[in-house]
Design a binder for this molecule. Structure first.
Ligand code: FE2
Ligand code: FE2
Length: 274
């Protein structure tokens, strides 16, 4: 299987591609091709062309959650593909996600649903684990089990006029059975990295985890969560730890120190063969 990082906060290769705060991964597995997230502002379309990825070959788009930095490129992508195709996501995709910092604002899905459907998107809701292709699962909603993964305190929603912590039930990851074990693709890991890994094991029945790739959301985590998460990861015998996006540079540096050669910073342009 191969994962090409189409959009990330940074650019990692000497190519004329763009970086933007956001994430988009091109996933090729078992003859299937799908787009996981779309970045923030549509740079995914020219980046894909420069990286030799034909977005029109996508069988489906999977959205990890409604945040604008993962869904904001969707309109450009749908316009570019120019035909009907399924868009898999959790039914809370359009939840009115907000953050309190650095400025208080709406950070949810940035389009009117119908406008995207008019471009060919067929929203297909995934609340439970779904084996989309043999050996490739969409997580659906990930149960929150650990005590130390409390969610980002800056994120909130209004419920009945009351401000509550954003449950981000729409956070969805991809679990892939590779030869060496599971490959786990994260959007932002708002459900908690450890919760996601344990859910992947129980959904797939595969306990060996070979690779973790994507946004870990360990950047904003408190010290207790960060320490517990890293000691959990160390016990997994990973072949590849390819963190990016909401991992942040401080935590990425720590992961690089822990995992050595097995760590890759998955900036835009990186191609990971697993
Ligand atoms: Fe994100
Ligand atoms: Fe997010």
């Amino acid at each position: 299987m191969r994962v090409t990082v189409l959009v990330e906060n940074t650019v990692g290769r000497t190519l004329p591609i763009g970086g933007e705060h956001g994430l988009s991964l091109w996933v090729e597995y078992g003859g299937h091709k799908l787009l996981f997230d779309t970045g923030q502002r549509g740079v995914v379309v020219p980046n894909a062309a420069i990286l030799g990825v034909d977005l029109r070959q996508a069988e489906a788009i999977v959205l990890s959650h409604g945040h604008y930095d993962h869904t904001g490129g969707l309109r450009r992508v749908c316009e570019h593909i120019g035909r009907s195709l399924p868009v898999y996501a959790h039914p809370d995709l359009f939840s009115a996600h907000r953050v309190s910092s650095p400025t208080d604002k709406y950070v949810g899905f940035p389009f009117v649903r119908e406008a995207i459907e008019d471009l060919g998107a067929v929203f297909t809701w995934v609340a439970e684990p779904l084996e989309l292709y043999p050996g490739l699962w969409l997580s659906g909603e990930v149960p929150r089990q650990t005590a130390f993964e409390k969610g980002d305190p800056r994120m909130y929603v209004y419920l009945g006029g009351e401000r509550i912590p954003d449950p981000l039930a729409d956070d969805l990851s991809i679990y892939i059975a590779a030869g060496d074990g599971l490959v786990i693709l994260l959007g932002c890991a708002h459900a908690g990295l450890v919760n996601i890994v344990e859910h992947a094991r129980s959904v797939t029945g595969i306990s060996k985890v070979a690779a973790v790739l994507g946004g870990t959301h360990l950047g904003p985590a408190d010290a207790a969560q960060l320490d517990a998460s890293i000691s959990f990861l160390e016990k997994l015998d990973l072949k590849l730890m390819a963190a990016n996006h909401c991992t942040g540079q401080r935590v990425a540096a720590r992961l690089a120190a822990v995992f050595g050669e097995r760590f890759r910073f998955a900036a835009a342009g990186e191609v990971l063969e697993i």
